[in-house]
Design a protein around this ligand. Structure first.
Ligand code: ADP
Ligand code: MG
Length: 625
């Protein structure tokens, strides 16, 4: 027998344990929920493994979780006959931050004050045992392996691992030596209450072992989703969600349905109210668990849901899929594709209902998961029409969210396009000079801040016959729109001013020749003297910036500098340009400054920062002289 080995916890775990052990959190009883949840997962995993390798459960095919309390030694034991852990798994799972609950908890950790509450919101998985125990012993034997292991820790920086002769024949037994103030958790009535509260939905019997005779089963012990809806309470649904999703928020919505006929399956799906931590991982993994006839198969089944619905949590339990098929082959089963389409329609139907009946609540959903749902607009052409109606936008009309139908209802006579403006940040977009003319005429513009908008909008092209058109691209066709009468409509330039403007444009163009594609008189500006736009056939400014950031583009797409023919600064420059001769130097300097100013309004830096500073100082000195 090898001797005991002492190992250090990963630094994050030590930090977590420190918080957990000293937490003043009053709801410590959730440790039992966490340990039972793990025991149930372990049984699910063994049940699946035994389909292809029945040897694993031979001799003991009935899964169970047992609780046992011993007031004399102040010990509480939670045991399962699930899959167990090998030595490597033991060290990895109970020495590092394995995943879900604890990882999310650490991610959210901010100022000390909030930490206590967060434990309840996220649950900290196995480590929550240290809220109530000063010594934890885990004895485990992996199904099919001969050697058992013992893990032990007081939760203070390190743990020990050693071979164990006393480990269960199969599965895991966790013994907690309870802290003085946690003695209540030794009482059978208290244990029964806690199990009923948090773990009633667990599909495996949880039994309290009694010294004097047969144990008492504390939970309902049937798969929750097979029960009639009318017999499931809100609390049971919520606790099931916490268990299945490894999440601890209130679900925003729930769908519990049974499909019968050509395909038979049950679904119990939840839409969280909080963003799961891995939502934007590049794998875009779906986490809805697939069961076949109550047997857990996998929580990584790409075929059961499209990636744009990956915010869903819960289970789908099929009656038709074959049980003894590998996870890999399963993905190709055509039945799964049909289930995916049917489930997608059902989920979209539910979202449509929410959007119509509870628009305010729907907006909360949209703020959390809208950018994910929008991926469907270019990935799922079958559902695009429905998805686009579910899509909400920020716009220049008010602070809320608008739908495309709202937008169309507000279009002005003569307006043929749906106008958009893209950028990184809403506040910066609101200040964009390109919006000035639209604002002045009361023409609404959608403000887009999700990168995904740059892909689906061009792909879709239009909605109800109205093309999407970026206000930073092409000429602004404002003249043909009968907008609201502009209050401070400035006078049209005189003939003399006009000819000065033409000269100025030609001069600026010459000065900035390799820095812009063109210089033009603008009709979209009101307050600002200049702005940048893209030519009709060129790439939108924001998209070009985005691609350059991601190294998909070497240089920015060419842009056009537009100048405001009614702006006093421009008119002064035009006058100077018309007068000719000695003014060339000043106009040249001003041209560079105007371009830099337009760039700054786009959130970019001046082309040459030193030159910009020098020019600005020059003009300031002149003005102050
Ligand atoms: P999570 O359950 O969110 O993964 P936990 O901290 O609760 O995080 O558990 C960490 C890991 O330890 C689990 O993912 C599992 O691999 C392993 N584990 C915990 N308890 C058991 C158990 N009773 N049987 C087998 N494995 C377990
Ligand atoms: Mg867990």
């Amino acid at each position: 027998m090898t001797t005991e080995e002492k190992l250090e916890f990963q630094a994050e775990v030590s930090r977590l344990l420190d918080i957990v052990a000293n937490a003043l959190y009053s709801n410590k009883e959730i440790f039992l929920r966490e340990l039972i949840s793990n025991a149930s997962d372990a049984c699910d995993r063994l049940r699946y493994a035994a389909i292809t390798n029945p040897e694993l459960t031979a001799g003991d095919p009935t899964f169970r979780i047992t609780l046992e309390s011993d007031p004399d030694s102040r010990q509480l034991t939670i045991a399962d006959n699930g899959i167990g852990m090998s030595r490597e798994e033991l060290v990895a799972n109970l020495g590092t931050i394995a995943r879900s609950g604890s990882a999310a908890f650490l991610n959210e950790l901010g100022d000390q004050a909030k930490e206590v509450d967060l434990i309840g919101q996220f649950g900290v998985g196995f480590y929550s045992a240290f809220m109530v125990a000063d010594q934890v012993t885990v004895e485990t034997r992996k199904a099919g392996e001969a050697q058992g292991w013992r893990w032990e820790s007081d939760g203070k920086g390190s743990f020990t691992v050693a071979e164990s002769e006393d480990a269960p024949t199969r599965g895991t037994r966790i013994t907690l030596h309870l802290k003085e103030d946690a003695k209540d958790y030794l009482q059978p009535t208290e244990l029964a209450r806690i199990v009923k509260t948090y773990s009633d939905h667990i599909g495996i019997p949880i039994t309290l072992v009694k010294a004097e005779g047969p144990g008492e089963t504390l939970n309902s012990a049937g798969a929750l989703w097979t029960r009639p809806k009318s017999e499931i309470s809100e609390d049971q649904y919520r606790e099931f969600y916490h268990h299945v999703a490894h999440a601890f928020d209130e679900p925003w919505d729930r769908l519990h349905f049974k499909a019968e006929g050509a395909m038979e399956y049950t679904g119990l799906l939840f839409i969280p109210s909080a963003k799961p931590v891995n939502l934007f991982d590049p794998e875009r993994r779906n986490e809805v668990k697939l069961y076949v006839k109550r047997v857990f198969i996998t929580d990584d089944c790409r075929a059961i849901l499209p990636p744009y619905l990956r915010f869903l949590r819960g289970i789908v339990d099929s009656e038709d899929l074959p049980l003894n098929i590998s996870r890999e082959l399963l993905q190709d089963n055509p039945l799964l594709g049909r289930m995916r389409r049917a489930i997608t329609k059902r989920v979209l139907g539910e979202l449509e209902k929410k959007a119509e009946k509870e628009p305010e609540s729907y907006v909360q959903f949209w703020e959390t998961f809208g950018p994910v749902l929008k991926e469907g607009l270019y990935e799922d052409l079958d559902q695009r029409e429905r998805l686009v109606k579910l899509t909400r936008f920020r716009s220049t009309e008010g602070d809320g969210w608008v739908s495309l139908d709202d937008y169309i209802a507000r279009m002005k006579p003569g307006q043929t396009a749906i106008y958009t403006l893209s950028g990184d940040e809403l506040a910066a977009l609101q200040r964009s000079p390109q919006l000035e003319g639209f604002r002045a005429k009361g023409v609404e513009v959608l403000l887009l801040t999700d990168p995904v908008d740059e892909f689906w909008m061009p792909a879709m092209g239009e909605y109800e016959g109205k093309p999407f058109k970026s206000v930073t691209r092409g000429g602004a066709d404002l003249d043909s729109i009968e907008g609201e009468a502009e209050t401070a409509e400035k006078e049209e330039p005189t003939e003399e001013q006009s000819s000065g403007l033409d000269t100025l444009v030609a001069f600026v163009k010459l000065t900035l020749k390799d820095k812009v594609k063109d210089v033009r008189i603008s009709n979209r500006l009101r307050e600002s003297p200049v702005c940048l736009v893209a030519d009709d056939g060129d790439m939108d400014l924001h998209l070009s910036r985005l691609l350059k950031q991601h190294h998909r583009l070497d240089a920015e797409a060419p842009r056009v500098l537009e100048i405001n023919p009614k702006h006093p600064l421009i008119l002064s420059l035009a006058k100077m340009a018309a007068a000719g001769n000695g003014n060339a130097g000043t106009i040249e300097e001003a041209s560079h400054l105007l371009l830099d100013q337009a760039r700054i309004m786009e959130g970019e830096t001046p082309l040459d920062q030193a030159a910009f500073a020098r020019r600005l100082s020059g003009f300031l000195a002149q003005a102050l002289a």
